[in-house]
Design a protein. Structure first.
Length: 455
């Protein structure tokens, strides 16, 4: 087959697929995520699409990969493997030849682009605020209100995976760029920071690396806990931190745990991180998960009944990414089959995801071991009959988390501890009561909960 014929088939399939996608997605989403994608090749089995960069690819695959794959297969008339290539820019996105008289206008437009590495959708407008994250959101916004010293600087946000820390950090970057287009904003993950640091050493360009980050007006580092155990990187970051802090520049960090809980983090860095404001994002409740689904649904023309959305919010509790993935799966089904979803349909379509969700639930045994290790006890101490305080309180905590973080009934939990259901119920009520009046109990429960979330 001639190349011209192959290209004609390629473009015909993609044109048909994009028509389907245009009917499925709203105008803004289609323009932002589908128009920039280019058809690259098709060999009868594998269809390759071109995108600009890895960041665009990651978001496209996570949010629209399944929808696009189904549209391409339908357009091709058979099951087709969909792959992506980076490094392709849509002709309409390429800048026209520069004209001297328009340089100033182009420069102004360039300044309005999203900060490097930040996703266009990760703004405060798209962030769903609930009781679990409202303090963190308020703190993030407060650091943007002043150009001088701020009691919230540095801002350290911690919490479990998939709760919105990255979204919040990028929202600050967007807002800072909007507020001051000339601001120097450095947003990146700790892993990227490490890779750039190592590259600067290997290429003997360390001075350039140092100058880059010490000129930042905003330094935003995601997953800063990865700096642990890396002595030379901690030294470099310590000096950069001091340089920016003394110049009243903004420093925002995220982690899966509070500074004092990051093992192998130097005390002087713990002290620096704790010198500003440390806030947490709690696991999202069903109301907030429901609000996220409703917000996400606004991007699509097809709508799902609230009773179905509530079913998803109730069953998928681990993180936001899975929540959004479930919604995308249902929207894809509706785009191909039409009709109206029932709860039975939803359970069938989401069966693999719901099974994965159940498999991620903690076991009572895991909770027992985690609590026992924390208090330097043996699991046998928690399941035995000894009742001294150093065992009784950890035992109640283990029962409390077994009830809160597993799907086991009271009698089943009691059996795991060699007790009856009444003992478990008493332990749960006792921990609920004590943490309201005893800050030590409250702090220990909070610490253990974060440890269990990351098991």
């Amino acid at each position: 087959m001639k190349n011209s014929e192959k290209n004609e088939i390629l473009n015909t399939i993609w044109d048909s697929a994009t028509k389907q996608l245009k009917n499925l997605l709203n105008e803004e989403t289609y323009a932002q995520w589908i128009i920039p994608v280019l058809p690259v090749s098709y060999d009868g089995k594998k269809f390759i699409l071109g995108v600009s960069d890895e960041f665009f690819l990651s978001w496209l695959q996570d949010n629209f990969g399944e929808i696009i794959a189904n549209a391409v297969s339908k357009a091709a008339g058979k099951k087709t493997i969909l792959n992506f290539e980076i490094g392709h820019t849509h002709p309409e996105e390429k800048a026209p030849p520069e004209k001297p008289v328009k340089k100033a206008a182009k420069s102004k437009a360039a300044k309005k682009r999203a900060p490097k590495n930040c996703h266009n959708r990760h703004t405060f407008n798209n962030f769903v605020v609930g009781p679990e994250n409202e303090f963190a959101v308020a703190a993030a916004k407060s650091i943007l209100k002043t150009d001088g010293p701020s009691p919230a600087n540095p801002l350290f946000i911690y919490g479990g995976t998939g709760l919105g820390k990255t979204h919040l950090l990028q929202a600050v970057a967007h807002e800072a760029a909007e507020k001051n287009p000339d601001a120097v904003i450095e947003y990146l993950s700790c892993e990227e920071f490490l890779n750039l640091y190592l590259e600067s050493l290997n290429t003997k360009m360390h001075a350039r690396f140092r100058n880059r980050f010490r000129k930042a007006d905003y330094l935003l580092i995601d997953d800063i806990h990865f700096i642990a155990k890396k002595t030379s990187l901690q030294e470099e970051f310590f000096n950069t931190f001091n340089n920016l802090y003394n110049a009243d520049k903004k420093i925002l960090l995220t982690s899966d745990r509070r500074p004092s809980e990051i093992n192998h983090l130097e005390d002087r860095l713990v002290s620096r991180f704790d010198s500003g404001l440390t806030v947490d994002i709690q696991p999202l409740g069903v109301e907030t998960r429901m609000a996220i689904l409703q917000k996400k649904q606004e991007e699509h023309l097809i709508k799902i009944d609230n009773n179905i959305l509530f079913f998803i919010a109730d069953k998928i509790t681990s993180n936001v990414r899975r929540l959004e993935g479930a919604l995308t799966r249902l929207l894809t089904f509706l785009s191909l089959k039409g009709g109206k979803l029932t709860i039975d349909d939803t359970e069938r379509i989401l069966a693999p995801m719901l099974e994965d969700e159940i498999s991620t639930l903690l076991t009572v045994e895991t909770i027992q071991k985690t609590v026992a290790d924390h208090f330097d006890l043996k699991v046998a101490d928690l399941t035995g009959n000894k009742r001294p305080r150093n065992i009784a309180v950890p035992r109640m905590m283990a029962m409390y988390f077994s009830r809160k973080m597993t799907d086991k009934s009271l009698p089943e939990i009691g059996s795991c501890f060699g007790k009856n259901h009444a003992t478990v119920l008493h332990a749960v009520k006792e921990m609920d009561k004590r943490q309201k009046v005893d800050n030590t109990i409250k702090h220990t429960l909070s610490l253990l909960e974060r440890q269990l979330q990351n098991v």
